[in-house]
Design a protein around this ligand. Structure first.
Ligand code: NAP
Length: 217
């Protein structure tokens, strides 16, 4: 599967590029800075220079799926959140539709469904992510919306907690987020699901089986 990764040079993006290449897929690594191309090539990606703040309408050309794992970052104010976290994700929804691409996996966040439940300075971020999620969900594309808790760089152990609503806070390793996204791309039964993701005790495959009902079949 040829997968466009928006945010491929990010902390999740680099992990996902490597995982998809190792699994025999063709990751197309979207970067805005051409000097990152060699690093992405070494991870197994085919670099594509495109800036989410500009025109990305042709970025998905020839791809089978999009993963959005970009973000303006914690130091940015409300406007970059609207331009990149929301606007960039929404531009790729439109680009997918224009290119007849169906599959789109969003790396969202907990609280995207309830932005004001978080600390005040985080509200513009949660709002932008929630707006992007709503646009994707309403698009009719084959979407999966993954909502991780606070991301950490601890080594992943392949064990997670997954549910539409987990009713607790917590963190999750970037390793395991990348592994869950890679699993979703290979599982059509995750299409249409929006779920929260935290560190937990359940192997990823079992956690996704329980979510989608695959365990009952
Ligand atoms: N941090 C958390 O605790 C947390 C929690 C839940 C969900 N999330 C979400 O998880 C996702 C990935 O997190 P992460 O830690 O991997 O983030 P990250 O390391 O900050 O990576 C974000 C990537 O987005 C890219 N980007 C920013 N602006 C861009 C633009 N205009 N055009 C193209 N690419 C652009 C950055 O490119 P450069 O390399 O050029 O800067 C970077 O590679 C994000 O969607 C974030 O919102 C984060």
């Amino acid at each position: 599967m040829k997968v466009l990764i928006a945010g491929s040079h990010g902390n999740i993006g680099r992990r996902l590029t490597r995982l998809l290449a190792e699994a025999g897929h063709e990751p197309v690594a979207m970067i805005r800075d051409a000097s990152q191309a060699e690093e992405l090539r070494e991870l197994g990606g085919e670099p594509l220079v495109a800036d989410l703040a500009g025109d990305v309408s042709d970025a998905p050309e020839g791809c089978d799926a999009i993963v959005f794992t970009a973000g303006a970052g914690p130091g940015s104010g409300p406007e970059p959140k609207q331009v990149i976290d929301r606007g960039g994700a929404e531009k790729l929804v439109a680009a997918a539709e224009a290119h007849g691409l169906r599959r789109y996996v969003m790396v969202s966040t907990v609280r995207a469904d309830d932005p004001t439940s978080g600390p005040e300075h985080m509200v513009p971020y949660f709002e932008a992510k929630g707006q992007a999620d709503a646009t994707l969900a309403a698009s009719g594309l084959d979407h999966t919306i993954v909502r991780p808790g606070r991301l950490t760089d601890e080594p992943g152990d392949g064990h997670v907690a997954i549910a539409p609503k987990l009713e607790r806070g917590g963190s999750v390793t970037r390793d395991d987020v990348a592994a869950v996204v890679a699993a979703c791309l290979e599982r059509p039964d995750t299409i249409g699901w929006t779920f929260e993701l935290l560190d937990g005790d359940t192997p990823i495959t079992e956690a996704l089986d329980a979510l989608t009902g695959a365990a009952d079949q």
